[in-house]
Design a protein around this ligand. Structure first.
Ligand code: CUA
Length: 198
């Protein structure tokens, strides 16, 4: 029977034998090329993901912030009156609640070329939000606040889709978001045309 101290040695021997056998395997030249191509493709994708994470702000929300999904309506931040677009300390903050099968509020107007801080919560099950042609895509996990800061460079009408299966109405869970030219956008009574807070 092996004692604990002999175990690592046994594993090491096993790895050595495995490597030796691997070295002895004959790999055809053509197959070697394909292995190299496969590895290059993997390296390319890992590279793209890394560059996106570093320079395009595409990465998982790392800030873990919890919230009681069952009493959102009683919470200060996500009470009904507080949802939608707000200007806070010069920052545009958008609060939205996802619930089967809609996003609340139903429609929002946000300025283009302006950093927007989105704060998403779910009132029931796991949802996702995806705005095509932008980098907005995140899971909305019940019990957590998903916060994302992004900039929409171009004005236009964008669809806002749920991209996590959340029940029979999942296909119908979508809404719209209007991205308005920065100079035309007005925060609820607080923003000047130049984007400065009064
Ligand atoms: Cu919400 Cu799918």
């Amino acid at each position: 029977m092996q004692t604990d101290s002999t175990k690592p040695k046994a594993y090491l021997a096993l790895v050595k034998t495995f490597c030796a056998q691997l070295g002895a395997i004959h790999v055809d030249k053509l197959e070697q090329k394909w292995i190299a191509i496969s590895l290059a493709v993997v390296a390319l994708f890992v590279g793209i993901i890394t560059l996106d994470a570093l320079f395009h702000g595409i990465n998982p929300p790392s800030k873990v912030e919890t919230i009681n999904s069952a009493s959102l309506h009683l919470s200060k931040e996500f009470a009904e009156d507080n949802l939608g677009v707000h200007l806070e300390d010069g920052k545009v903050v958008v609060r939205m609640v996802a619930g089967r099968y809609s996003f609340f509020p139903k429609h929002i107007d946000v300025p283009a070329e302006t950093p927007l801080t989105f704060r998403w919560v779910s009132m029931d099950v796991l949802h996702g939000v995806h705005i095509p042609m932008t980098n907005m895509s995140t899971m909305i996990v019940p019990g957590y606040v998903a916060e994302i800061t992004t900039i929409f460079p171009k004005p236009g009408e964008y669809p806002l889709l749920c991209n996590e299966y959340c029940g029979l109405g999942h296909n119908h869970m979508w809404s719209n978001i209007s991205v308005i030219a920065k100079e035309d956008w007005q925060a609820p009574g607080k923003l000047t045309a130049t984007g400065e807070q009064q």
